[in-house]
Design a protein around this ligand. Structure first.
Ligand code: ATP
Ligand code: MG
Length: 260
């Protein structure tokens, strides 16, 4: 089985939370699942930029990315956040290897929208490096940075990156670990199952905003692109990764088809 696990940045900020997630990822990999990890780091990026007096601006949940921001993306996402997660997964007993989408065409992007600057839309994902690594028992840990055809560096939303890699590598499972118990409705109740149409309605109604809007757009792309489902769960819930692999009812399942 091939599984893509996307870890939200807020789960990686605190060392105890990072260790817990790393232990769970290592356990899944040790059970024989070929696992690739994609991680975000929105919170860490905002903090790093704030410390330098740079305010973050978002459009439709995506960070407007200037030359200065893209440099910070390399330092923070591809640098400290990635390396700390790799260290934690190695300490948990797996052979984790840190990379970005730039390595061997794991994610090739084009500019999404001039208004957003260096934000990329992934246009292709070559699965061969991931196949080689996972086939040899390694756990690739991919920071959400993509390469352009002419050597550019693009900032890619973590969820979009995860979905592009999941589609290219043809995963059996795609799990998003985040900081909320799933997608919440207007009354803050968890929605167990969402169709593509349901995702669109939540966004149009202004119920799914910011990072969740980006997440649902990515999940929609995934299921329309052939991934059977995207599961969105809270990464701090006990044993959540195991529970997802055991098909327990946690979080939100985003599926393509209609609800019966
Ligand atoms: N309807 C909703 N249900 C749940 N969360 C929502 C909703 N609308 C907006 N959100 C926000 O979306 C956030 C999750 O997205 P966010 O981008 O912050 O996290 P992430 O994708 O897990 O991390 P990263 O961006 O670092 O990879 C929640 O913390 C919440 O504030
Ligand atoms: Mg996000």
């Amino acid at each position: 089985m091939r599984a893509l696990i996307k870890v939200g940045g807020s789960l990686l900020d605190d060392p105890a939370s990072r260790t817990d997630i790393a232990n769970q990822i290592a356990a899944v990999a040790a059970s024989g699942v070929h696992v690739t990890v994609v991680h975000g780091g929105g919170k860490q990026m905002t903090r790093f930029l704030e410390e330098r007096g740079v305010k973050s601006t978002f459009v439709r949940g995506l960070r407007v990315t200037t030359d200065e921001t893209v440099d910070a993306v390399l330092k923070v996402l591809a640098g400290s956040v990635n390396t700390q997660l790799v260290a934690a997964i190695c300490a948990a007993g797996s052979r984790a290897a840190g990379l970005t989408g730039i390595d061997s065409g794991v994610a090739i992007a084009e500019q999404l929208d001039p208004e957003l600057g260096w934000v990329g839309r992934v246009v292709s994902s070559d699965p061969r490096l991931l196949e080689t690594l996972t086939g040899a028992g390694y756990v690739p840990v991919v920071a959400c940075v993509a390469g352009g055809r002419n050597g550019e560096v693009f900032n890619v939303n973590g969820d979009s990156m995860a979905v592009a890699v999941a589609s290219g590598w043809k995963v059996d499972r795609c799990v998003f670990l985040t900081d909320v118990p799933g997608v919440l409705d207007a009354d803050k109740q968890r929605i167990p199952v969402l169709t593509v149409a349901g995702c669109g309605e939540l966004i149009a109604a202004g119920v799914a905003t910011g990072g969740m809007q980006a997440k649902l757009n990515a999940a929609t792309d995934a299921v329309l692109g052939g991934v059977a489902e995207v599961r969105i769960v809270r990464g701090s819930d006990p044993n959540i990764v195991r529970r997802v692999f055991d098909n327990q009812d946690d979080g939100t399942r985003v599926i393509a088809g209609s609800l019966k």
